[in-house]
Every structure is written in C-alpha cells, then in structure tokens.
Design a protein around this ligand. Sequence first.
Ligand code: FNU
Length: 211
Amino acid sequence: MTELILSLDVLDRQRARAIAESCAPFIDAIKVGYPLVLSTGLSIAGDLAELGLPLIADFKVADIPNTNRLICEAVFAAGFDAVIAHGFVGADAARTCVEVAHSHSGEAYIVAEMSHPGATEFFHGGVAERLAALAVASGADGIIAPATRPDRVRELREIVGKRKIYSPGVGAQGGDPDVVARLVDGIIVGRSIYEAEDPAAEAERLSRIRR
Ligand code: FNU
C-alpha cells in the first residue's frame, strides 16, 4: 500500500499539532521542513512524536561531510526518524547522512529530481539518474522523485529498483495522486491537506485512493 505522508508546512505550533492530530488516523508519516522548524524550533519534533508516527526531517542536507554529520546528529537527537538530503554534494557527503541515519536506526532519502518547474534546468540531462544511482550506491533507503512528472518517476524506478520512492508535488503542484500512487512507495502531500477546510477529511480521501 502506498504510504501517505503529510507535509506539515504550517508556521504555528498549535495549528501544526492540531492538523497532525486530526490527520493521524489516515497518514503513515509526517514530514517537517524549515518553515515549521524555523518558526517553532526543533522541539516541534518532540510534540509530533507523541502521535507515534514516523517523522521525516526535510532539511535537504547539502554540505561537507562533517557538517552533514553534525546536522544529521541533531536531527535524530531531536526525535526524527528519517532525513532528506541532497546528493549533488557528492557521494562522501551523502553517505555521511546515510551513516548517521542508520546509526540511529533511522532512514535517509536522497533527492533525485525535484518537483517544481525549474527543476528541469539542472536535474534533467542525466543528473537525476546519476543522483538516483548515487542513492543506491550510498545505501540510502530511497529517493525523492517528482509527482509532477510520472514518466520521470518510472525512469528513476528502473535505477532504484525496490528502494523506496517518496514523491512530493501531488495536488497543489499539479501531480495526480491516482497516477503517482501506483508508481511510488509514498506520496507527500502538503497544501492539499493542511489548507483544506477539513484537513482530516482530505487526508482520509487521499488515503483511500492510494494503491
Ligand atoms: P505541497 N518538496 C517538494 N518537491 O515539493 N522536499 C521536491 O522536489 C522536494 C520536496 C517538499 O506542494 C516541499 O518543500 F524534494 O504543499 C513541501 O514541503 O504538497 C512539500 O514537499 C510539498 O508540499
């Protein structure tokens, strides 16, 4: 069954907690990024961990190996279960994120191709394929690939095989959950859920159409 991952990009702690709590019965994980953490502090991870769902830190870590290590150690110490990192920094830096994640029994995902229109400028022309191969070689648990481009997801699947593909870009960015859910291990959905009049109802709807 394809997972449904809530991207919790709201800025207020109480709102974040309320949305996460109401959606919890229908989602498989919560992804937190800079907007929420910079607004509330890393302690938001502790609040959300009370719901018992895996927490993914979408910090797109992209630094030298030593700094990546320091960032990832802080992420897992805060209570996250997985981290998203960039691969374009090179295999040594990406592998550091994977090593730290695994040393905490956590997971690491490498961005292979992003979902926004501008992503085609640099990720196309073979780069995304190389990043997907780097993710496999680094022992990453999976990749991030765009729900906005199902054909690209299919191509990247050829490279990553059974490793997981988590896919943002559903709904607000135009990706069709019906199409993408068949191709990936998890769809990542933010605005379509948290901006809905009834976020829990929208999460429930999405949880039913996923395959
Ligand atoms: P929504 N995100 C993304 N595309 O959208 N991490 C990527 O290629 C990527 C991401 C994140 O559009 C984005 O930052 F690598 O409101 C946001 O947190 O559904 C979420 O996925 C999508 O949010």
